[in-house]
Design a protein around this ligand. Structure first.
Ligand code: GTS
Length: 205
């Protein structure tokens, strides 16, 4: 039986980075997909701590909040730095990824038709903050962390939004190249099951 179960809508959304990380760590994931009709009945929502998905189960431990799930998996699978100093830096960088993801989600769900041009114009101001942090193939230290998986997933979304968005960011391009080349991640990205899942729930990408 897979040790982990995720309950989510049939989109990549906030589960994408988690799935990429689990694939890279050779972990199986059982997925429970929830359609809008079922969600709108409200029964499942009422059981979710913050009334939202994803829900993640590790045995009898039930977690909500995608970044808490990433941290949990970082602790479980050696992707949270070599010491507490690196862990704090990884937390900082992941919070930065969350800030950019929040802007991206706002664009997708609220401003896609009116705000895309302004979003893309401002995007380099966010990306350069990450670009500056790379001294190796990873955001912090010499090992992959959950923040790398999270940033990688979000950069993939941005390459769909605008294929040229990373053109002036060699280190971000390198992250995408190196992460995409990790065999288990490559296999996930190439799988029909993964390719056919939409990035977002409203068809915008
Ligand atoms: N901070 C939460 C997290 O990181 O997990 C946000 C979760 C969230 O926004 N979930 C959305 C949801 O449950 C779905 S998605 O935006 O991740 O695709 N929406 C349904 C609802 O009723 O709020």
């Amino acid at each position: 039986m897979p040790p982990y179960t995720a309950t989510y809508f049939p989109v990549k959304g906030r589960l994408g980075a988690i799935k990429i990380m689990l694939a890279d760590k050779g972990q199986e994931l059982k997925e429970v997909l929830v359609g809008m009709e079922e969600w709108q009945k409200g029964d499942l929502k009422a059981t979710c701590v913050f009334g939202q998905l994803p829900k993640f189960e590790d045995g009898d431990l039930v977690l909500f909040q995608s970044n808490a799930i990433l941290r949990h998996l970082g602790r479980n699978h050696g992707a949270y730095g070599k010491d507490s100093r690196e862990a704090s830096l990884i937390d900082m960088m992941n919070d930065g990824v969350e800030d950019l993801r929040s802007k991206y989600i706002k664009l997708i769900y609220q401003e896609y038709d009116t705000g895309k041009e302004a979003y893309l114009k401002d995007l380099p101001n966010s990306l350069c903050k990450f670009e500056k942090r790379f001294n190796s193939d990873f955001l912090v230290g010499n090992e992959v962390s959950f923040a790398d998986y999270n940033l990688f997933d979000l950069l993939l979304n941005h390459l769909v939004l605008c294929p040229k968005s990373l053109d002036n960011f060699p280190k971000l391009n390198n992250l995408v190249k190196k992460m995409s080349a990790r065999p288990k991640i490559r296999a996930l990205l190439d799988s029909e099951a993964f390719k056919k899942i939409p990035i977002n729930g409203n068809g915008k990408q």
